[in-house]
Write a protein that binds this ligand. Structure first.
Ligand code: NCD
Length: 316
């Protein structure tokens, strides 16, 4: 217990917000991986130090969520913090209160960190820059911009199954146009220095500038999966689509749904990751979700320890 407390309690360059992974270093990522591993161990031993006792954290979600919201709440509670689960639909937001005033109100009641998800890209950045150092902001997904804790937990999950980032070939498959997960993942993969990134999806959901910006290869067929060590699948973000983005989910599944047959063609042992929620039978065949190389459920579990690591770091 003392060793865990000492390792977890050290102070480093204090950071108050986590809005994006852009500008972060490999050392930043590895530090969080290490903290998350220690928290995972502490959770398994039932000896989590209450490092955030007396701290007040709020989750403020303007978009639906299962994993992200629940894991942030569990992470905060495991660390001993008080958690306010702000109910947007039952709040003064519906009476016209601005988002900034909502966060100011929470702050005035002693909330020190707000985990925010919003459909508009840039919202967490706007709040953080408007309120400065007075309240910590964690981006839990903003529009199609960023979802930094998802990328952190995805990369940490994968890191435990690979030996070397620099020889790694990965593919991201699906709705790259609307995916904040893909954007944060791309930033994270570049920071870790992977050898090759392939982006695969229907032409309408595959922005050429995205591939160019990250030095990735773009392809419109799953045949481009050949030889990859890990494949990250994305959900079709129907809530962000216009009607001409895609003919139908069925057609998408036919050409881009990952199946056992595809997997056999890729390379034995290719890891499958998906941030969830999974639409079984669309981006992935149902039986692959529980297949031996699927890390999908591990990703969900990893989310708790990784978010504990992030919360702890922001309170240093
Ligand atoms: C993702 C999100 O909300 O951006 N989900 C998640 O946080 N686990 C991806 C998605 O909704 O498809």
């Amino acid at each position: 217990m003392t060793a865990v407390r000492q390792t977890l309690g050290r102070a480093e360059n204090p950071e108050r917000h986590l809005i994006t992974l852009e500008g972060k270093t490999c050392a930043f990522m590895l530090d969080l991986f290490e903290r998350a591993s220690r928290f995972e161990q502490a959770l398994a031993q039932g000896e989590v130090p209450k490092l955030l006792q007396g701290r007040v954290i709020a989750t403020l979600f303007f978009e639906s969520s299962t994993r992200t919201r629940t894991s942030f709440q569990l992470a905060a509670r495991h660390l001993g913090a008080e958690v306010v689960d702000f109910d947007v639909a039952a709040s003064a937001v519906v009476k016209g209160e601005s988002l900034l005033d909502t966060v100011k109100t929470l702050r005035a009641m002693g909330v020190e960190l707000v985990v925010i998800r919003h459909s508009s890209s840039g919202t967490p950045h706007f709040i953080a820059s408007s309120l400065g150092e007075t309240v910590r902001i964690v981006n839990a997904g903003d529009g199609r911009h960023a979802h930094p804790t998802q990328a952190l937990l995805d990369l940490w999950t994968l890191s435990r199954h690979i030996d070397d980032w620099h020889s790694l070939k990965v593919a991201i498959v699906g709705d790259l146009l609307h995916s904040r997960v893909a954007r944060s993942l791309l930033v994270g993969l570049k920071i870790m220095g992977v050898q090759e990134i392939r982006l695969i999806g229907p032409r309408t959901l595959l922005p050429p500038l995205l591939a160019e910006a990250f030095g990735a290869k773009a392809d419109t067929s799953l045949t481009a999966l050949e030889g990859v060590d890990a494949v990250f699948l994305l959900r079709l973000q129907r809530e962000r689509m216009s009607s001409d983005d895609l003919p139908s989910a069925r057609e998408y599944a036919r050409f881009f749904g990952l199946t056992k047959t595809w997997l056999q063609k890729i390379k034995p042992g290719t890891f499958i990751l998906h941030p969830g929620p999974v639409n079984r039978g669309i981006e992935i065949a149902s039986d692959l979700v529980e297949s031996p190389t699927s890390l999908i459920w591990q990703q969900v579990t990893s989310g708790i320890a990784m978010r504990m690591a992030v919360l702890q770091k922001l309170f240093e």
